[in-house]
Design a protein around this ligand. Structure first.
Ligand code: ATP
Ligand code: MG
Length: 431
C-alpha cells in the first residue's frame, strides 16, 4: 500500500512518501519495508519509533510529528489505535473471502488452529492468541488479498468487547466454542458471560454454538454442538495418552483419534465438523486433519521422556481447562504429580474454585501436589495426598530442581501470570 492511500483511509496528515508491506505494533517484530504503528500500552510505543526505523520500517503512524530518517514517511493522526482500527475495517471491507470468527471461554486457539488446518493453504489464521482489538487490527491489516478464508480468534475481559470486535471482523461464520468459568473477574454472572460470547453471532450468516445456547443465537442460521444438536459427541475417552471419540455430524458418524489427550480436541473437532458441513468440506478430511493435528504450544502436550512422562499445559489456567488437564493426568497409569499454579482472573470465585480443585485431585487419586502462588494455599489445604505449597518463586524452583520426579507422570499447569515455563523446562531436563 502507498502512504498516500494510508493517509486517506485513516484520515491522517502525510509527511514524506513511500510504500509499505505488512504492519506491526511491536517494533521488535518489524520486518524491512513494514509500517510501524505505535500504540499506548503499559509503555508508549512512540518511544520505539527509532528502533522500528533501524530495523527497516518504511514508515510510521503516529500521534505527533517525529524527525524522519531520509526516505521514510509518517502519517500523523489523533489516536493511533483508532487509526489502526480504521485501516483494519478498510481491509475487511476489501476482503472477498469467507471470515470465521471464534470466541468462547476455552478452546479458541485450539479450534482456530484446527480450522486453519482443515481449510488448508488458502486460509489465513490470526497469530498466537491475538484476540483483542490490537490483535484483530493486526490480523486484518496483514490479511493477504489472495486468502480465501480468514479464521480470527476473538477474546474478551469485559462486557461489550466481543460486540466491538465483531463489528470489525464481521464474521460470516461465528463460532462459540464453550461458555464456562474463565475470566469471571470482569463479569458478574454466568448469564453475562453467555450474553457476551453470543454477541459474536449478531449479523453472522451462520453460527456454531453449544446446543444449550441456541435460544441466544442471533445468526440467520444456527448450527449446534451437543446432545440432539447438528454435531453430537457420541462417546469419548483417553487411552494411553490418546483421545478416541465418535462424532455424529448430520447423517454421518465419524471415528476420530488424536494424540492430544482430553476434551479440547473433541470439542474443537465437533465445531470443525459443523463448519465443514456448512462449507461443504468432506468430513473424511476432518478425520485426517485431527489425526495429524498437534496441540498449540504448552497446551496439554504430552512428552514421553526416558524417566517419565511430562504433560505441559502451562499456557494458562481457569477452572474449565484445569479440570480437563487434571483428568488427563489421572488417565495415566502409575504415580502422578500435579505441579499447579493459580487460576487467576476469577475475582470473588477464586478461593472456592481453588478448594474445588483440591477436591477434584482427591477424587481422582492424584498422589502428590506441588503448588505455587498465594491462591493455591486453599488447594493444598483441601488436598489429602502429599502436598507442598510455595509462594516464593526461588524456593519453588529450587524444590522443583530437587524433587524425585523419576518414574512419574507430571502435569504442569497454571495461569499465564505464574510463568510456569521455567518449571516445565527443569522437569523436562530431569525426566
Ligand atoms: P485464551 O483465552 O487464553 O486465549 P483459548 O480460549 O484460546 O485461551 P486454548 O488456548 O485453545 O484456549 O486452550 C487453553 C486451555 O484450555 C488448554 O489447556 C486446553 O487444553 C484447554 N481446553 C481447550 N478446549 C477445551 C475444552 N473444550 N474443554 C476443556 N478444556 C479445554
Ligand atoms: Mg487463545
Amino acid at each position: 500500500m502507498d502512504a498516500k492511500t494510508l493517509a486517506e483511509i485513516v484520515k491522517g496528515e502525510l509527511v514524506g512518501s513511500g510504500r509499505f508491506g505488512g504492519v506491526h505494533f511491536d517494533s521488535r517484530e518489524i520486518a524491512k519495508g513494514e509500517l510501524f504503528i505505535p500504540v499506548k500500552g503499559r509503555r508508549d510505543g512512540h518511544l520505539f519509533i527509532n528502533d522500528a526505523f533501524s530495523r527497516g520500517a518504511a514508515g510510521t503512524l503516529t500521534e505527533r510529528r517525529v524527525e524522519l530518517p531520509p526516505g521514510k514517511f509518517q502519517v500523523v493522526v489523533r489516536d493511533t489505535l483508532e487509526a489502526f482500527e480504521r485501516l483494519a475495517r478498510w481491509k475487511r471491507e476489501k476482503f472477498k473471502g469467507t471470515v470465521i470468527g471464534v470466541t468462547g471461554s476455552v478452546g479458541k486457539t485450539t479450534t482456530k488452529e484446527l480450522l486453519g488446518k482443515l481449510l488448508g493453504r488458502n486460509c489465513y489464521t490470526s497469530k498466537k492468541s491475538f484476540n483483542n482489538l490490537l490483535g484483530v487490527c493486526y490480523t486484518l491489516s496483514n490479511l493477504p488479498e489472495s486468502a480465501r478464508f480468514l479464521v480470527q480468534e476473538l477474546g474478551t475481559n469485559s462486557p461489550g468487547e466481543i460486540a466491538r470486535l465483531t463489528k470489525t471482523v464481521k464474521p460470516h461464520v461465528a463460532v462459540v466454542t464453550t461458555v464456562g468459568k474463565a475470566h469471571t473477574q470482569g463479569f458478574k454472572t454466568l448469564e453475562a458471560i453467555k450474553k457476551e460470547k453470543l454477541s459474536i453471532t449478531e449479523g453472522a450468516e451462520v453460527a456454531v454454538v453449544p446446543v444449550e445456547l441456541k435460544e441466544m443465537c442471533r445468526a440467520d442460521k444456527c448450527l449446534t454442538v451437543g446432545r440432539g444438536g447438528t454435531v453430537e459427541v457420541k462417546n469419548w475417552g483417553i487411552k494411553g495418552g490418546r483421545t478416541l471419540f465418535t462424532l455424529k455430524a448430520g447423517k454421518e458418524e465419524l471415528q476420530l483419534e488424536s494424540s492430544i489427550p482430553g476434551y479440547s480436541i473433541v470439542n474443537a473437532a465437533a465445531v470443525a465438523a459443523a463448519v465443514a458441513l456448512e462449507l461443504g468440506i468432506p468430513l473424511r478430511e476432518l478425520v485426517k486433519v485431527v489425526r495429524e493435528f498437534s496441540p498449540p504450544k504448552h497446551r496439554c502436550s504430552v512428552e514421553r521422556l526416558p524417566n517419565g512422562t511430562l504433560i505441559d499445559d502451562c499456557y494458562n489456567a481457569n477452572p474449565v481447562s484445569m479440570e480437563n488437564a487434571v483428568r488427563v493426568l489421572a488417565s495415566f497409569n502409575g504415580p502422578k504429580v500435579a505441579v499447579l499454579g493459580e487460576m487467576l482472573e476469577l475475582g470473588e470465585e477464586g478461593p472456592k474454585e481453588h478448594r474445588k480443585l483440591g477436591e477434584l485431585l482427591n477424587a481422582l487419586g492424584i498422589e502428590e501436589l506441588i503448588a505455587f502462588g498465594a491462591q493455591t494455599e486453599e488447594t493444598v489445604k483441601t488436598f489429602k495426598g502429599k502436598g507442598f505449597h510455595f509462594t516464593n518463586r526461588e524456593e519453588f524452583i529450587k524444590f522443583i530442581s530437587e524433587f524425585p520426579f523419576r518414574g512419574k507422570t507430571v502435569l504442569v499447569k497454571g495461569s499465564r501470570g505464574n510463568r510456569l515455563e521455567e518449571a516445565v523446562e527443569l522437569i523436562r531436563e530431569r525426566l
